[in-house]
Design a protein around this ligand. Structure first.
Ligand SMILES: Nc1ncnc2c1ncn2[C@@H]1O[C@H](COP(=O)(O)OP(=O)(O)O)[C@@H](O)[C@H]1O
Ligand SMILES: [Mg+2]
Length: 230
């Protein structure tokens, strides 16, 4: 199975880069030959990678990282599909031309959302764009385009958070069951060009959250392929 996942939001700071590089690293750990594409003009994933190289961190097995600067990602799908099992795209923080190209390349778009009204409203406008592009993508790629909100930086203690969570749960079929909590370990690891898998003990809460997220993504992809084959 070949999986093309992207992280997109209408807004910066929701956790696209943090989740994209952790999901890519975890996909690679499961044995999938993985490519992480930095499609954000701010190039945070590339900066993370440069920081990694500066400190001579060991390379992540089976993970390649690159920015796409010329051409579109959609035009490179056939080539990428041949070379990798999994492509993860860290998208831009707005619904611009690049975001549309990223959406059109995806099997699954993930919209990271914190439990704050501002993020949820911004998420709403990007999901309208995804819905608009969905038939175009499905016609062009002959593959379904799924999208889900993924809750990041969850802090269940706030009342507002609980109310917003209830509202998201009502968007039927578009909220992943797994979520990622607010944890200093994510900031500490990424600031050193590392992942939580390298700085935290095996089985730490944060790494389990990322692993569960990856399991859910793969499970949903498998189920969908089975449905299509039936
Ligand atoms: N689960 C998390 N827990 C704690 N901090 C997080 C988490 N996810 C992201 N962050 C922090 O929030 C900020 C924004 O995250 P980032 O991944 O850069 O978002 P985006 O790529 O959407 O702009 C960064 O400082 C990052 O370290
Ligand atoms: Mg980013």
């Amino acid at each position: 199975m070949y999986v093309f996942i992207s992280f997109i939001s209408q807004k910066g700071g929701t956790g696209k880069t943090t989740l994209a590089l952790h999901v890519a690293a975890a996909m690679a750990q499961t044995g999938l030959k993985t490519l992480l594409i930095d499609a954000d003009p701010q190039a945070s994933a590339m900066a993370w990678h440069a920081c990694r190289m500066q400190h001579e961190q060991p390379s992540l097995n089976r993970l390649t990282i690159m920015a796409i600067s010329n051409g579109t990602i959609t035009s490179q799908i056939p080539e990428l599909a041949k070379a990798y099992d999994c492509v993860v795209i860290d998208g831009p923080p707005r619904g611009d031309r690049i975001a549309r190209d990223v959406i059109l390349a995806s099997d699954m778009v993930l919209v990271p959302t914190r439990l704050s009204g501002f993020d949820v409203w911004a998420g709403d406008s990007i999901t309208k764009i995804i819905e608009e592009l969905r038939p175009v993508q499905e016609m062009a790629n002959k593959r379904p385009l799924d999208w889900y909100y993924v809750i990041n930086q969850k802090n269940p203690r706030t009342t507002a958070g609980r109310i917003i969570l209830k509202a998201l749960e009502r968007v039927e079929g578009h909220l992943l069951d797994s979520h990622v909590c607010e944890r200093a370990a994510f900031i500490e690891s990424t600031s050193q060009g590392l992942t939580i898998f390298e700085t935290e003990a095996k089985g730490s809460k944060g790494s389990l959250e990322v692993s569960r997220l990856v399991d859910e993504i793969l499970e949903r992809m498998h189920k969908r392929e089975q449905r299509r084959a039936a």
